[in-house]
Design a protein around this ligand. Structure first.
Ligand SMILES: O=C[C@H](O)[C@H](O)COP(=O)(O)O
Ligand SMILES: C=C(OP(=O)(O)O)C(=O)O
Length: 361
């Protein structure tokens, strides 16, 4: 008797037609074991979260300031910046709750470098496991200075690797309408700011905070990296970030009041953070300083709806283009994504914002 070949696999040709490769991803548990949170860092993360929540709830009259590079491409430069920020922030701690922007994931309008986790060697080699290690290490190093950190969460898998080090999270303008991201927010243990859309639609961010406050069941990966279903309690600490849009800036007092009214109508706590960059500055870093100055003046004059401000800032002013594979040609401490304020202007703005909080008291 001859053995006949089995029936042809009728699914052959249906699957993996465009997948060029599949490679192993380290597990969150392994990375957390390699790079653990120690007691001092845990305290910084927890206090960073609780202070932000108190300010958002109006139980603390300080201002949240989320400040730092548009994106991290050079951990050494980011840590250098963090040292300066930690020292400056310590002197203003009675007025400002300073959280460093430590962004590793960049949502692109079309194409471009997608951040240190996706491509840590800045050369199109996409060593994601290395990127996750570098990201977690930097988050721990900055937190060890007593400086809480804020991250944008873009990929729904990434938070398992880093979220225990993060005091404040953000959902960007391009993902505020995404159910996946709203569900993710409902699980995150820190307050999360959700941006208005790139077109300037604020309601989408209000809707997102409402959805994130509810309980959800969705698929993700667990600490061992295995597929799992998550049932969440909902996140009551989400809030709107006004970032302007293609229709122009939206940091004016009328838009702030309208946003607070939309939140009240939806039964949500009334609080907003103003992003001085992006659509509010036209991505002009000099303009960011003008926006932050106007916000400071309004706070000094008694305006209370604004819980915080976001600034894109690095060691050097402006931005530069990355040529993939030529990272050695980059200027130290200058952004390779959006234009940033330099350190000197940032310090002066932090002082001005702190004085505004004193005046409002
Ligand atoms: O903050 C970052 C950028 O504005 C965002 O990632 C979009 O960038 P892009 O329009 O250059 O792709
Ligand atoms: C991507 C960002 O902003 P937005 O989503 O507002 O464009 C950001 O803050 O880095």
């Amino acid at each position: 008797m001859t053995l006949s070949a089995g029936p042809a696999d009728i699914t052959e040709g249906l699957d993996n037609q465009r997948t060029l490769g599949v490679s192993p991803l380290i597990s969150p548990a392994l990375l957390r074991q390699e790079l653990p949170v120690d007691a001092a860092i845990a305290k910084t993360v927890a206090q960073g979260r609780s202070a932000a929540v108190d300010i958002l709830n109006g139980d603390d009259d300080r201002l949240i300031v989320v400040v730092g590079p548009c994106s991290v491409h050079d951990p050494a430069a980011a840590l250098d910046y963090a040292h300066r920020l930690a020292e400056h922030a310590a002197g203003l701690r009675d007025e400002l709750h300073v959280i460093m922007r430590v962004y590793f994931e960049k949502p692109r309008t079309t194409l471009g470098w997608k951040g240190l986790i996706n491509d840590p060697d800045l050369d199109g080699s996409y060593s994601v496991n290395k990127g996750l290690r570098m990201a977690r290490k930097l988050l721990l190093d900055i937190s060890a200075l007593g400086l809480p950190v804020g991250c944008e969460f873009l990929d729904p898998i990434t938070p398992q690797f880093i979220a225990d080090t993060v005091s404040w999270g953000s959902i960007g303008a391009r993902t505020a309408a995404s159910q996946v991201h709203r569900q993710l927010c409902s699980a995150l243990s820190m307050p999360v700011g959700i941006k208005n859309s790139t077109e300037g639609d604020v309601q989408v961010a209000v809707d997102a905070t409402r959805a994130a406050a509810a309980s959800h069941v969705f698929a993700g990966i667990n600490n061992d990296g295995l597929a799992a279903l998550f049932t969440t309690a909902g996140n009551p600490d989400c809030h709107v970030i006004l970032r302007g849009g293609s229709a122009g800036p939206n940091y004016d007092a009328a838009t702030v009041a309208d946003t607070l009214a939309r939140q009240a109508k939806a039964g949500l706590p009334e609080r907003v953070i103003i992003d001085a960059s992006h659509g509010n500055s036209g991505k002009d870093h000099v303009r960011q300083g003008v926006v932050a100055g106007e916000i400071a003046d309004r706070i000094a004059a008694g305006e209370r709806g604004i819980a915080g401000i976001m600034l894109e800032s690095f060691l050097e002013a402006g931005r530069q283009d990355l040529v993939l594979g030529h990272a050695e040609e980059l200027t130290y401490g200058q952004s390779i994504t959006d234009a940033c304020l330099d350190w000197r202007s940032t310090g002066a703005l932090l002082d001005r914002l702190a004085s505004a909080v004193v005046a409002r008291r």
